[in-house]
Design a protein around this ligand. Structure first.
Ligand SMILES: [Ca+2]
Length: 200
């Protein structure tokens, strides 16, 4: 092997090491919440004041729009879990192509009446979402669990970040109850988003 060949290999190796280091630094930055500024984003009808517009039923028990109790405004989304099956509501957010985030924060408020407390890990009473990144890869589900039993309105936050340096093009949000019984209200679902790529 010629000396010039060795030099070329060393240069390529050096470039590879530099690239990996830069990528790792970028990933580390993305995981630092304080380095990422999230701004308020539109979440259509997250307060259910427009009834069920933009929302779909999660079969088989679904949901109803209720005026029994509300955290904001006059209405909320009520899930009456007569049977320990699956219920709630789902909506899908599509991000503008020129404004795709790689971090999203979702918040939701929920109130519970006699929600069963079984210990099966498949039971759910949560804000749930999964995302699709710009390569078409689905990530999640990401879950923020609410307290079971009986309680007044409580707020939970779901922090979502896309793996690597990819942005999020689509987010499916679910107010989900599964394999539990009781009465549950969801209200005031809000979203923030940010793009942390390149931040130091
Ligand atoms: Ca409301």
């Amino acid at each position: 092997m010629k000396l010039t060949d060795v030099a070329f290999i060393l240069i390529v190796f050096k470039l590879s090491v530099s690239w990996c280091t830069a990528a790792n630094d970028c990933d580390t930055t993305v995981t630092e919440a304080n380095d990422c500024i999230l701004e308020d984003a539109d979440f259509p009808n997250g307060d259910f004041e427009m009834g069920d517009k933009y929302w779909e039923q999660i079969a088989p028990l679904g949901y109803e729009i209720s005026t029994d109790s509300a955290y904001t405004g006059d209405q909320s989304m009520k899930v009456d879990m007569t049977y320990p099956l699956r219920g709630g509501a789902t909506t899908t957010i599509y991000f503008d192509h020129d404004n795709e985030p790689n971090r999203v924060s979702l918040r939701a408020c929920s109130k519970a009446v006699d929600v069963s407390t079984g210990g099966d890990s498949s039971e759910r009473y949560c804000l749930s979402c999964h995302t699709t990144n710009t390569l078409g890869v689905i990530e999640g589900p990401f879950l923020a669990n609410f307290t079971v039993g009986t309680h007044d309105w409580e707020e939970k936050e779901l922090s979502i970040k896309s793996k690597g340096d990819h942005c999020i093009s689509k987010l499916v949000c679910e107010c989900l109850v599964m394999f539990r019984t009781g009465t549950i209200y969801f209200d005031s679902i809000t979203m923030k988003q940010g793009n942390c790529k390149g931040e130091v």
